[in-house]
Design a protein around this ligand. Structure first.
Ligand code: AMP
Ligand code: MG
Length: 351
């Protein structure tokens, strides 16, 4: 018999309230009960929605892999309520982890540290390190504190598909494979956390994200290497992070990043293709004249990298529903501020 669809429990927590409204706390309690009995709950975070299970329950963690269709070789990020919980899961707490977490947690940065004995094998894909993050989203920190145990939570989507940034995206992607969705509203940051390996010296960024290299360097007071900015050989030699799988984060509609987007769009429209064009150049007369075409959907995008990241996945989810032939995106500037966006776009365009 097919499982029913999961409940979506609204769990608003207005910024001016120190404690959540009673209804929100009831939703958190229900989510904690499900997690304590080995269930799967989709949770809001500031990056993307996560698919959570008790990180110390190997059977529950297995259910995450099954629901996502995720290869067992791809380790999970463990979410904690505070630094004390993080340290209790690590065999060693390198100075870089101490400095990064002291200044940037709670927040969208994940530290890789030596794995402690409480962490089941499947969480780390059998590896000697564990990925830890304390989310900025206080609803999720409250859930973890209520449960009193850490949550393993990869993005709440089927493997290889776009990450969800709303409860609706989770329902669409995972539907009856999971037990409950906690709806904390749209994700503020919109792309996955920065992952930094603190077991090497210098520490290395394995996945660029909302926290930039400059912010990490300011936190630890010395250089950090971004292996994702290196050339391809160095990258494959350095791969220890599954977020670095070449293809990931992809919409269903083929996506192309173009440095000469206006020309490319014109060419495709003339060839009879139905196109969505994501561009910040909406005041350009060329864009304005092309936008009149019936076969072209021009989607204005923010010129600021953080705002662009916040709306990127939601925009791609919306375009996927229209069954167009192709998505064209203006090539972002080649700067550190755009590194996370460029990384996600390049993985989305790999065959
Ligand atoms: P997801 O949450 O689906 O975006 O994927 C989990 C992410 O966790 C991957 O992209 C990796 O970057 C990261 N990760 C988890 N555990 C480890 C680990 N032990 N070493 C390196 N990266 C890890
Ligand atoms: Mg993912």
């Amino acid at each position: 018999m097919a499982r029913p669809l999961p409940d979506i429990l609204p769990a608003p927590w207005p910024a001016d309230l120190p404690a959540p409204p009673a209804r929100t706390d009831e939703a958190v309690t229900r989510a904690a009960e499900l997690l304590a009995s080995g269930g799967l709950v989709a949770i809001p975070t500031e990056t993307v929605y996560g698919l959570a299970a008790d990180a110390l329950d190997a059977d529950a963690v297995d259910r995450i892999f099954a629901a996502k269709g995720r290869p067992a070789t791809n380790p999970l990020i463990v979410h904690v309520a505070d630094t004390a919980m993080a340290r209790s899961l690590a065999a060693d707490w390198p100075q870089a982890a101490e400095l990064i977490t002291a200044s940037l947690w709670p927040g969208p940065v994940t530290v890789i540290v030596p794995r402690g004995p409480r962490i089941p094998d499947n969480v780390t894909a059998g590896g000697p390190t564990v990925a830890l993050r304390c989310p900025e989203h206080r609803l999720t920190r409250r859930l973890i504190a209520t449960l009193g145990r850490p949550l393993a939570a990869p993005s709440a989507n089927r493997s290889m598909q776009l990450s969800p940034t709303t409860a609706g995206h989770v329902l669409e992607g995972l539907g009856n494979r999971i037990d409950l969705i906690l709806d904390g509203g749209p994700c503020g940051r919109g792309i996955e956390s920065t992952v930094v390996d603190c077991t090497t010296d210098p520490p290395r960024i394995l996945r660029p994200g909302p926290i930039t290299r400059a912010e990490l360097e300011a936190a630890i007071g010395r250089p950090v290497v971004d292996v994702t900015a290196a050339d391809d050989d160095a990258k494959s030699a350095a791969v220890r992070s599954p977020g670095m799988l070449p293809r990931h984060y992809a919409p269903k509609t083929p996506l192309e990043v173009s440095a000469t987007a206006a020309e490319r769009v014109e060419e495709l429209v003339q060839a009879g293709k139905r196109i969505a064009w994501l561009t910040a150049q909406i005041d350009d007369p060329r864009v304005r004249s092309l936008a009149a075409s019936r076969d072209l959907l021009v989607v204005p995008m923010p010129a600021d990298p953080a705002a662009f990241a916040t709306s990127l996945y939601a925009t791609l989810h919306a375009i996927d529903r229209r069954s167009l032939d192709r998505i064209i995106i203006d090539a972002p500037p080649d700067t550190d501020a755009w590194r996370a966006v460029t990384d996600r776009l390049s993985r989305a365009t790999k065959a």
